[in-house]
Ligand binder design. Structure first.
Ligand code: NOJ
Length: 548
């Protein structure tokens, strides 16, 4: 059995990680160049977002061939070399399986378009009524979720971009094809899989209009989802591997089933509820301050809920779809370093398996793009138009994009203070953030007090302490919106973790016993435990340990 609690996963967005051939587009040889850095960080798994042939309309999440490598990223020999050289350093490679949809440029869809009935049944084609699509569902990237194909007189479902057609999982042939993909990569030595929006694969029996929302309530954690996952895992023998499902608008009860080992589905789940606390009325493309009470409530709900149900959480703030966390819930100004460390320890000391997204370990920030021409992401470009259509000025729309766009996390990895942050010798496919002179891996490698070193410590102590990897969790101070606090317990050991979420000094009451605890970790000198209280400095994180 894998000890999930001891592992840390590092997410690589290859397109923006390191460009070895100077074409401005990151590649597999670039990752190979950086294996020393990754090994030095101490992580266990490298999750690569899709590197398969793709028109790149959604940066590779529009897969045109699951068993090949896009020449822009390299060759099959390159990925084989990456896998074997990583293994030699104790790093395992995880690949991203985008099984909810394929690119419309995939051979299967092309055959469907050409009239092949067998391949039409690989997708979800339906008749509409007159000019109207089969349902009023909306695509997650904006606009209708159905596209009309005049030559067939039918509409196909695309929950994402119009070039990402949803697969029909009801069709056993589709399920067999996808199992074949897993077996192919398993044979290449891949040791784990991330499944893209996998809780959306099971669509309802009947398609009906949604008069309350965009349709998601009919297909998120859909009717046969657990059945399909069990079958996929059983028939590909990946039950003992590291697997994580990305769950969109999911429910706790389903995530318990997805990740409880007895169910034999997946190792763990990504869920996103805690990353919506700064959406105004649940609307992503609007701006408001983060609701810290809600953040705390959600962490408690998911941490203790999964614990009770024997499920397992993937712990994360960042990925290639989320703005940079230090810009979002931390501080880009005087407390940049403190807040980046606090946010790191806040989730790394919880129960679950932590994920680090490239550059998070350096405290990389949003790039603060000012012009629409700087954006590349299809969702951002669509929503820019939608916002203008809603009557927002260009300036207002750009302000929203600067906070919300997925491109915030897709700017080049900041390796050094050299041109383009050392990402490429060519012209990068997307502009780097302007602060690579001050925020970069080379500088932080030389500074013992850097965010990078703090992350190394977080990764190491998780391996050393069963209290962190296996301990139970309980939340403290739940009525205090400024401090996120919890305790971990294992046998007779205990850990208290206090995180000041604000840029102010906050005083909280302390248990008398804490004065005898040892400081395990923190982002300031010492600990201001005074009488019956602890004074937490701006964005302070502190972990106090009682040994049995
Ligand atoms: C989730 C991925 O993380 C995102 O980048 C992608 O656009 C959608 N799934 C569709 O595949």
């Amino acid at each position: 059995m894998l000890d999930l609690g001891e592992k840390t996963v590092y997410q690589i967005y290859p397109k923006s990680f390191r460009d070895a051939d100077g074409d401005g587009f990151g590649d597999l040889r670039g990752i190979i160049e950086k294996l020393d850095y990754l090994q030095g960080l101490g992580v266990d798994y490298l999750w690569l977002t899709p590197v398969f042939p793709s028109p790149q309309n959604d940066n590779g999440y529009d897969v045109a061939d699951y068993c090949a490598i896009d020449p822009r990223f390299g060759t099959m020999a390159d990925i084989e070399e990456l896998i074997s050289r990583s293994e030699r350093r104790g790093l395992k490679v995880m690949l991203d399986m985008v099984f909810n949809h394929t690119s419309t440029f995939h051979e299967w869809f092309q055959k469907a378009l050409a009239g092949d009935k067998e391949y039409q049944d690989y997708y979800i084609f339906r008749e509409g009524s007159g000019e109207e699509p089969p349902t009023n569902w909306q695509s997650k990237f904006g606009g209708p979720a159905w596209e009309y194909v005049p030559s067939l007189g039918k509409w196909y479902l695309h929950l994402y971009d119009v070039t990402q057609a949803d697969l029909n999982w009801k069709n056993p042939r589709v399920r067999e094809e996808l199992k074949g993909v897993i077996r192919f990569w398993k044979e290449k030595g891949v040791k784990g899989f991330r499944f893209d929006v996998v809780n959306l694969i099971s669509k309802p029996e009947h398609f009906e209009n949604d008069f309350q929302g965009d349709g998601r309530r009919f297909y998120s954690d859909g009717p046969h989802i657990h059945e399909y996952l069990k079958e996929l895992v059983r028939d590909t023998g990946i039950g003992e591997m590291m697997t994580v499902g990305e769950m969109s608008s999911t429910h706790l009860k389903d995530c318990i089933r997805y990740s409880n080992p007895q169910e034999q589905e997946l190792s763990m789940c990504f869920q996103f509820h805690h990353l919506k606390v700064d959406y105004k009325n649940g609307e992503k493309w609007s701006l408001t301050e983060p609701d810290r009470m809600e953040l705390k409530r959600l962490f408690e709900e998911w941490q203790t809920g999964m614990q009770r149900g024997h499920g397992w959480n993937a712990l994360f703030w960042c990925n290639h779809d989320q703005p940079r966390i230090v810009s979002r819930f931390g501080d880009e100004g005087p407390y940049w370093k403190e807040s980046a460390k606090m946010l790191g320890s806040c989730i790394h000391l919880m129960q679950g398996t932590p994920y680090i997204y490239q550059g998070e370990e350096l405290g990389m920030t949003n790039p603060h793009f000012r012009e629409i021409g700087q954006y590349r992401d299809v969702e951002s470009l669509n929503y820019y138009e939608i916002l203008l259509g809603q009557g927002k000025t260009e300036e207002e729309a750009l302000q929203i994009l600067a906070a919300r766009s997925r491109d915030n996390s897709r700017t080049p990895m900041q390796w050094s203070g050299e041109a383009n942050g050392g990402f490429t010798e060519g012209t990068p496919w997307i502009e780097p953030a302007g602060n690579y002179g001050e925020i970069n891996a080379r500088m932080q490698a030389e500074d013992e007090d850097s965010i990078l070193h703090f992350y190394k410590t977080l990764i190491r102590i998780r391996k050393e302490k069963a209290l962190i990897s296996k301990g139970s969790i309980a939340f403290l101070m739940q009525d205090n919106s400024d401090v996120l606090a919890y305790s971990r317990a294992y046998r007779d050991e205990e850990l208290i973790v206090l995180n000041n979420l604000t840029d102010r000094e906050i005083t909280v009451s302390a248990e008398p016993a804490w004065s005898r605890y040892e400081k395990l970790l923190g982002n300031y000198e010492g600990c201001r435990l005074e009488g019956g209280s602890v004074v937490l400095r701006p964005f302070e994180t502190i972990a106090l340990e009682k040994r049995g």
